[in-house]
Design a protein around this ligand. Structure first.
Ligand code: MTE
Ligand code: MO
Length: 534
């Protein structure tokens, strides 16, 4: 039933169902304008101050463990995209509601926009390293949102239902039709403003981003250029679908809490080593890259959130500064059992000091597979410690290293319940055949990769259905820090088959069959795939 409601201009009009939809569209358009203006302002002030990103980043940080785990296991490396889409959907619903409420009481609409702005501003100022300036994009966005909402409400057509009432000759559009067109135009204009300002924001950001600086940097090389690509252990490179020994950078999994890749200009970067050390040290990028003791090593990195058989592991040839040397230069005080590293975005990571000192090839990496570190993988400098899961060893966008104790401070994921120390558990994965595949009967290949933080992998075993385990062939290895490819020829017989794999670590221990989920110290269990031969 239509009710009489005051219009912003003071008149009275009837709320019709279509009026409600238009009010909702008005609210959403106003929010679009607000976001666009926020993005443009953030492009100028600093990407971290974007209202959407700041709220998203704050949400990631306060999310209960179960939520982030769900996001990683469901969306993997797309978890951030999923979060952004979810946030925009929630915002759209809220804005639609504000539009509808604003028709009834203008104050509610305005107050709602202001509240959204304040939430964005609060989130932006509370980001690590943010100044009060970070509030500006959200406040400008709120102001633009209020303005756009007022304009859109003025454009709402009156709720007359019968054009014949208007007394206008039929060949002229009825006032109602004119109003309808005016509203559509206004909504279109608002959408245009939203798209243009968002795009302009992205352009401003891009013109300032560090991709170019990265391109222009000389790729650091090891003092004694180590293995060289021809010295890569022989694998089974011709097997389609088998993970290569070194994962191309573009295919390397990405896991982090950063909604937008941090942009660090290497010429402004420096690393501080401090805390329980005899000498506090500071290094510029040029100082690290110019050192004559850079090393090169092929190392597998794995995420503790990887499910059995999952994709969150990769291998690369890293070049960097040996951590042991840097720590020796700083002089670690007795008792400092934790190296607490911090990323430019505030994320922290705690690594046992002994692992940094004693694990061969533990390094501050500057290059990955013959390129400067990709921005997504920590440009300009990240940490790599072979044998430990990424969350306790592999800080990207590294800016600070503090010698401290495990008793004294907890790193990011430890505060959220994950184990403080986390060596990479033995894992083995079937890459070929893919699960659910239908194969032809006859000769078939079963193949995959396996790795362990305990002295690498010494054997891989394969089982078809409930037949005995058989030894798979493995790629030769020059390093226990790099995963191994394995391969098992199989004469496939008609029917449904379950193929399972398990690995034996460098200490002779066979991978456990017990199934555990990743929390709090990595998943466990044998990977198996079902295939149909027919
Ligand atoms: N700054 C920062 N570094 C980080 C993380 C992060 O969230 N922020 N995540 C860690 C985790 S959990 C993993 S598994 C590895 C993944 O590194 P990659 O994205 O290069 O594969 O980075 C580690 N380094
Ligand atoms: Mo991870």
């Amino acid at each position: 039933m239509p009710s009489a409601i005051p219009t912003p201009s003071g008149g009275v009009r009837a709320a019709t169902p279509s009026g409600g939809v238009r009010a909702a569209i008005g609210g959403v358009s106003a929010a679009g304008v607000a976001l666009g203006v926020g993005e443009l302002a953030a492009g100028l002030i600093g990407p971290e101050s974007s209202p959407v990103l700041a709220v998203g980043a704050a949400a990631v940080d306060v999310s209960p463990r179960a939520t982030t785990e769900f996001a990683i296991s469901t969306f993997g490396s797309n978890d951030k995209l999923a979060l952004l889409i979810g946030m925009l959907l929630v915002l759209a619903v809220a804005a639609a509601l504000l539009g509808v409420l604003a028709v009834r009481r203008l104050g509610i609409g305005v107050a709602g926009m202001v509240v959204l702005g304040v939430v964005g501003a609060a989130a932006a100022v509370s980001r690590p390293g943010a100044s009060v300036l970070a509030a500006v994009p959200s406040l400008l966005a709120a102001a633009a949102g209020v303005g756009a909402l007022l304009l859109m409400l003025r454009m709402l057509p009156a709720g007359r239902d019968d054009p014949a009432d208007s007394g206008v000759p039929p060949e002229l559009p009825a006032p109602r039709e004119i109003e309808r067109r005016r509203f559509v135009l206004a909504a279109g204009a608002a959408a245009g403003v939203a798209v243009v300002t968002t795009g302009a924001g992205a352009l401003v950001r891009r013109s300032r981003d560090v991709a170019q600086a990265r391109e222009q940097l000389l790729v650091p090389a090891a003092a004694t250029p180590g293995l060289g690509s021809d010295a890569l252990p022989a694998g089974f490179p011709d097997l389609a679908g088998l993970s290569p020994l070194l994962t191309p950078n573009d295919d390397f999994y990405r896991i982090d809490t950063a909604l937008r890749v941090p942009q660090i200009d290497p010429s402004n970067w420096s690393l501080r080593i401090h805390g329980r050390v005899e000498r506090e040290l500071r290094f510029t990028f040029a100082e690290l890259a110019g050192r004559d003791d850079l090393i090169e090593a092929d190392i597998t990195l794995a995420c503790v959130s990887n499910e059995v058989g999952g994709p969150l592991a990769g291998s690369a040839r890293w070049v960097g500064v040996p951590l042991a040397t840097l720590l020796a230069e700083a002089g670690v005080e007795p008792g400092a059992d934790q190296v607490l590293t911090r990323s430019v975005d505030g994320w922290t990571c705690g690594t046992p000091t002994v692992d940094c000192q004693r694990t061969p090839n533990a390094m501050l990496a500057l290059a990955m597979n013959g390129e400067n570190l990709p921005l997504e993988h920590g440009f300009p400098v990240r940490m790599i410690v072979p044998g430990l899961y990424g969350y306790v060893s592999a800080t990207k966008w590294l800016v600070d290293m503090e010698l401290t104790t495990f008793a004294g401070s907890d790193a990011y994921w430890v505060r959220r319940g994950w184990d403080a120390t986390a060596p990479i558990q033995t894992f083995s994965r079937i890459d070929v055949p893919r699960p659910g595949r239908t194969l032809g009967a006859g000769m078939a290949a079963i193949a995959g990769v396996a790795h362990s933080g305990s002295d690498g992998v010494s054997a891989v075993e394969v089982r078809i259905d409930d037949q005995p385990w058989e030894q798979a062939r493995m790629s030769a290895t020059t390093s226990t820090q790099l995963w191994r490819q394995w391969y098992h020829p199989w004469v496939a017989e008609l029917g449904l088959h379950v193929i399972s794999v398990r690995a034996v670590d460098g200490k002779g221990r066979t991978q456990s069959s017990s199934r555990y989920p990743p929390y709090p110290n990595a998943s466990s269990g044998w990977h198996s795939v079902r295939v149909v031969v027919g």
